[in-house]
Design a protein around this ligand. Structure first.
Ligand SMILES: C[S@@+](CC[C@H](N)C(=O)[O-])C[C@H]1O[C@@H](n2cnc3c(N)ncnc32)[C@H](O)[C@@H]1O
Length: 239
C-alpha cells in the first residue's frame, strides 16, 4: 500500500486568510489534521486559525508537546506524536500538521518530522511555506521590516542581555521573539541606548485581539501574552 504523506502546513500568524492557496487546498483534502494540543483544554492557536476551513469528516489529531526544557521529556513527547501520526500514514492517509506562522521558522514541526523520519525512514514529508510573524508584524505596522542594505537579526529568545548588546552594536533592525518573559530587562537596555522611541511591540498580530505598543518610553513593564514580538529599528525611526 502507498504511504500517506505528512504535510507541514504554515497557516500564518492568526488571520485565517493568511494561509497560502496551496496550504488551504492540502488542508481541505487531508483526511487527518494534526496540531499542537492547546493547554488548559483550550484549542491551540494553529487549530483555532484553521477551524473554519475544516469539515466534519476530517479526523482531528491533537498532539501533546509539553512546554518544558527537559530534553528527555521532549524527545519522549515527539516520539509519541510521531507514532500517532504514523498510525495514519501507514494506512495510506495523508496527515496535515498545521503550524502557526511558517513551518520552517522556530516550529515544533521540525522535531516531529525529524523523529518521524528517524523512526520510519520510508516516511514522506512535505513542507508548505507561509507568512511568519515578523513579516506579518511589519505589515500591520504599515512599514517594511528592512530596506536597502539593512542588516536584520532575529532573536528567537533572549538568554542573556549581553547577547542583545552585541547585536544592537551590529544590526540595523532587530526582531525579538518570545519577548513576554524578558521585556523589563530589554526595556532597560533600550532605554540606556535611547532606542525606546524606535521600538514597537505587537501582541497577536493580525488577530482581532491585536495590540500595538509604539514608543515604549513610558512603558518599563508590560504584561504581554506569549504571542508578542518586539521590533527595534536601531538605525532608523519606526514612524
Ligand atoms: C515558537 S515561535 C513560532 C514562530 C512561528 N512559526 C512564525 O513563523 O512566526 C513563537 C513566537 O513567535 C512570535 N509570534 C508568533 N505569532 C505571532 C503573532 N501573531 N503576533 C506576535 N508574535 C507572534 C512570538 O514572539 C512567539 O513567542
Amino acid at each position: 500500500m502507498q504511504l500517506g504523506t505528512l504535510y507541514g502546513i504554515s497557516v500564518g500568524p492568526g488571520d485565517p486568510e493568511l494561509i497560502t492557496l496551496k496550504g488551504l487546498r492540502i488542508l481541505k483534502e487531508a483526511p487527518v489534521v494534526a496540531f499542537p494540543a492547546g493547554i488548559h483544554s483550550k484549542p491551540g492557536i494553529a487549530q483555532s486559525i484553521v477551524e473554519q476551513w475544516l469539515n466534519k469528516y476530517q479526523v482531528q489529531l491533537p498532539l501533546n508537546f509539553p512546554y518544558v526544557q527537559d530534553q528527555v521529556t521532549l524527545t519522549q513527547a515527539w516520539q509519541k506524536a510521531a507514532e500517532q501520526v504514523w498510525q495514519y500514514l501507514q494506512l495510506g492517509q495523508d496527515v496535515a500538521f498545521v503550524c502557526e506562522g511558517d513551518i520552517s521558522f522556530y516550529s515544533t514541526f521540525t522535531y516531529l518530522a525529524e523523529i518521524l523520519q528517524q523512526l520510519h525512514p520510508e516516511s514522506l514529508v512535505q513542507r508548505i511555506p507561509g507568512v511568519c510573524s515578523p513579516l506579518a508584524t511589519a505589515s500591520v505596522l504599515g512599514e517594511p521590516l528592512t530596506v536597502r542594505s539593512d542588516r536584520l537579526v532575529v532573536l528567537p529568545a533572549l538568554y542573556n542581555v549581553e547577547e542583545l548588546e552585541t547585536i544592537l552594536d551590529w544590526a540595523d533592525v532587530v526582531v525579538l521573539m518570545k519577548v513576554s518573559s524578558v521585556y523589563p530587562q530589554i526595556w532597560k537596555v533600550l532605554q540606556r541606548r535611547q532606542l525606546l522611541k524606535n521600538t514597537v511591540v505587537v501582541e497577536r498580530a493580525t488577530l482581532p485581539e491585536q495590540v500595538i505598543y509604539a514608543d515604549l518610553r513610558d512603558r518599563p513593564t508590560l504584561k504581554l501574552p506569549y504571542f508578542s514580538l518586539l521590533i527595534v529599528k536601531v538605525t532608523q525611526s519606526i514612524r
